[in-house]
Write a protein that binds this ligand. Structure first.
Ligand code: HEC
Ligand code: HEC
Ligand code: HEC
Ligand code: HEC
Length: 415
């Protein structure tokens, strides 16, 4: 993931994904005293635990079942490949203990501040017999407490709609999905993530819907059968609706927190850089030099790809959402979006590093959709070089990013 590093903040899996894709082509933040995930309420149905889903006839098949509408090996994908199954274990490491110590907390695996995101943090009275916090981020963290629907969802005549009516969480729309992920992969004002968590040494949290689903990895197949049961949109639309959800979240939180939003909402690298890098010589300050700007990378991505001024966008995000939900972005428009993103990367001094990072993930989404179009050849070498550049340096060398983006533009010019 994030190509930029503060301390040990690099995450190899997302980096590997991006390389792979390119190769083919005022609420004060709570101290987390109570489980604060909005889906966990005291009147809610009980949480049954991962083992309730994992029998071999259910979701614990060792390989995908060809005859079934769902893969049925979801448990193995989660257990073997998905970091969510290790989320609780991460709280047992020396690093985790050190973070908790800095924050004046006790054992991290017992602290709500950590369990909120590193486990299905169901209140004790809603934990079924087979429920275990040590499962980490389990099936019910994302699909909802199973008590209400587990029996009914395998009965004859059960449909996606009837399951949802029984309490299965509806994750069809990219906005619903991104909101779920952002509950743990973003600042929300209530999940315990704020700059004090970073100050204590927590890895930087960044998010982009498309790349993160790929790296998870997806344990579902969006084939014809899936599309018949659930509503789907193109990858580009889903990516942009993910950006909408991020933009909406930051805008809303910054408003709620008034004059002095928490540092976690700002661009990290406006404060975290070395004076010797002389940012002031090359950076175009859009705000006021010396005042850290909000992390508005998602708004800038929407502004760039939809070709609208960023200043207008934070007032019209809802309109943008409605337009995107029509899911009508043509191949030509995707090509133009790709070009606009690359042009923006020729001007890195105008943007934040967190924008550059998101823009590169966006380039890979567009490339992989456009690569499905045989008329468009891959631009692999330049793209890969561009990614390497931002990945390898703690701060980007703007001249190098510009040069690589220019090369990439020449390549698509020849297409
Ligand atoms: C209940 C909280 C929670 C929810 C909801 C959640 N995650 Fe996570 N996710 C985590 C935690 C905690 C980790 C870190 C696991 C570890 O290594 O300890 C993580 C790790 C990941 C990673 C691995 C990161 C890397 O760089 O290797 C990916 C990818 C990811 N999540 C994607 C998603 C996506 C996509 C969604 C939404 C569909 C989502 N997550 C929803 C808590 C959550
Ligand atoms: C808002 C949700 C959230 C909270 C609160 C949170 N974490 Fe995390 N944590 C994450 C996510 C998401 C990741 C994975 C980051 C990534 O790579 O994208 C992570 C990663 C980590 C890692 C690194 C795991 C690895 O595989 O390298 C450790 C250690 C960790 N968290 C410990 C803690 C501790 C200790 C606390 C409590 C003091 C805590 N976390 C609170 C969401 C959270
Ligand atoms: C981090 C979030 C997350 C976790 C953890 C998670 N899922 Fe999912 N799952 C999703 C998302 C997102 C989808 C795609 C949206 C959808 O189809 O509902 C999905 C889809 C599915 C599907 C639907 C496939 C289809 O074709 O309709 C099944 C079945 C499923 N998951 C089972 C599981 C099981 C079993 C576990 C635990 C072993 C699990 N999931 C854990 C997020 C998660
Ligand atoms: C307004 C300035 C500012 C912003 C913006 C900011 N930080 Fe910090 N950060 C600080 C200060 C000041 C400290 C405390 C340094 C110390 O104790 O020596 C700090 C400490 C840290 C630390 C502890 C390690 C260290 O260097 O002392 C980490 C990690 C960290 N911040 C990460 C982040 C991340 C990630 C972001 C963006 C989401 C961010 N910061 C945004 C000012 C900022």
């Amino acid at each position: 993931m994030p190509p930029f590093r503060i301390h040990h903040l690099s995450r190899p899996a997302i980096q590997a994904l991006i390389l792979a894709v390119l190769a083919c082509a005022t609420t004060p933040p709570s101290s987390g005293e109570t489980p604060s995930s909005p889906s966990i309420q005291s009147t809610a149905p009980r949480y049954l635990g991962v083992s309730s889903c994992a029998s071999s006839n259910c979701h614990g098949s060792s390989r995908p079942r060809e005859t079934s509408p769902v893969l049925q090996n979801e448990f193995f994908s989660w257990y073997k490949k998905d970091e969510h199954s290790k989320a609780y274990k991460s709280l047992l490491t020396p690093e985790a203990k050190r973070m908790a110590f800095h924050l004046g907390l006790g054992a991290p695996e017992k602290e709500h501040r950590c369990l909120n995101c590193h486990a299905t943090n169901a209140p004790a009275h809603l934990q079924g017999e087979r429920f275990a916090l040590s499962d980490g981020v389990g099936c019910e963290s994302c699909h909802g407490a199973a008590d209400g629907w587990i029996k009914a969802h395998v009965e004859k005549g059960a449909t996606h709609q009837s399951n949802i009516a029984n309490g299965l969480r509806d994750l069809d729309s990219p906005v619903a999905r991104a909101s779920l992920c952002i509950d743990c992969h973003g600042v929300t004002g209530k999940n315990g993530l704020d700059h004090t968590l970073y100050g204590a040494g927590h890895p930087r949290i960044e998010f982009e819907l498309d790349s993160y689903q790929a790296v998870m990895p997806r344990h579902w197949r969006e084939d014809d059968d899936y599309r018949a049961r659930k509503s789907t949109v193109s990858r580009t639309t889903a990516w942009l609706l993910g950006q909408y959800t991020l933009a909406k979240n930051v805008t809303k939180l910054a408003k709620a927190q008034g004059n002095s939003p928490d540092f976690s909402l700002y661009q990290c690298y406006s404060c975290h850089h070395d004076f010797s890098e002389k940012q002031f010589l090359w950076k175009n300050y859009r705000g006021t030099p010396g005042k850290p700007p909000l992390n508005d990378a998602a708004i800038d991505i929407l502004a760039t790809t939809l070709n609208r001024p960023a200043t207008q966008l934070d007032h019209s995000l809802d309109t943008v959402r409605r337009e995107l939900e029509e899911d009508a972005i043509s191949a030509r428009q995707k090509g133009e979006m790709l070009r606009s993103l690359l042009i923006s990367l020729t001007r890195p001094a105008d943007f934040s590093l967190q924008y550059v990072e998101q823009a590169i993930m966006g380039v890979s989404v567009l490339l992989s959709e456009l690569d499905a179009d045989p008329a468009i050849a891959s631009m692999t070498p330049q793209e890969r070089a561009l990614y390497k550049e931002v990945e390898s340096s703690r701060t980007v060398n703007p001249d190098r990013v510009r040069e690589l983006a220019l090369q990439a533009l020449k390549t698509i010019g020849k297409r």
